[in-house]
Design a protein around this ligand. Sequence first.
Ligand code: AMP
Length: 328
Amino acid sequence: MNTEIKQAILQKIKEYDRIIITRHFRPDGDAIGSTKGLQGILKCSFPEKEVYLLNEDSSEYLSFMGGESEPIPDEKYADALCIVLDTGNQERISNKKYTLCKELIKIDHHINISPYGDLSWVEDFRSSVCEMVAAFYAEFSQELKIDKEAATYLYAGIVTDSGRFRFNSVSGDTMRLAGLLLDQGIDTDVLFANLYLKEFELLKFEAYVYDKMCITENGVAYIYVDRAMQERFNLSLEDASSAVGYMDTIKGALCWIAFIEVPGEETTIRVRLRSRFVTINTIAENHHGGGHAHASGATVYSQEEMQQLIQEADARVKEYKETNEGWL
Ligand code: AMP
């Protein structure tokens, strides 16, 4: 599937001596796993090439997977190939110097509303970009090499972006490719300990979220994580943002949303939207965001806009419930 574009990407990789890999800012497991996994595959397969992973922000999330490359001089970008992973639009690219590169490749699994790049490989049915990188490796396994470390990064990205193989984007292909990665000898005990263990304070925050969350008439659960709450539980922005995941098992709440006040930015409220059955990416698009049908991100700039978004989500869920059966 999409063999031609994959061949063209491999050809480009072969043509360049220097490759710069980047991702979206505020990285999640898929952004981190896919960039580190691809870097690992390219380093194993083409040891003579310079392969950098360069971004302008960093994250504590998945810090057990190690860091990224040290900055390089701007001149080195001019004859480099840039590969951008897991980033739907150019505004979200973490490394703004990507424009200095000679050529640009987009590899992504978001709905392709903002195409970019000299080459673009987008498969929005994929569970994750990590799955795509694994498929890329599988397609050219005669020529490409992978090691346990790179396989672990990709597996971690698939596991996190698919809700532990739970979301409906998981296909037989996801499982086959995950199997191929597991065959590299991934230590899943260590990986899952790193993914599941929580600090004591974070569990207290989780309990607080359950206490404070609200639900609308038609079934939108939401929580507003203000700065006071973040200070009280000593939360990083990532920790605060994880609140969205706590609300994913409420019967009848087909959509759940976390609003997170961004410290240091008075009026900026990060929004993380999740849903089952009903699609919510268009609601995110109404509020400076976008993403997937059932997992999107947005930003609102006032309490009024926050209420507006909640109302839009409530109306969407209402309409869905009135016109569909079998939802839970
Ligand atoms: P998040 O809640 O930030 O994890 O975002 C969920 C999904 O939506 C991720 O796949 C993001 O890449 C995507 N997303 C988040 N924010 C935006 C945005 N402003 N524009 C487009 N896509 C976004």
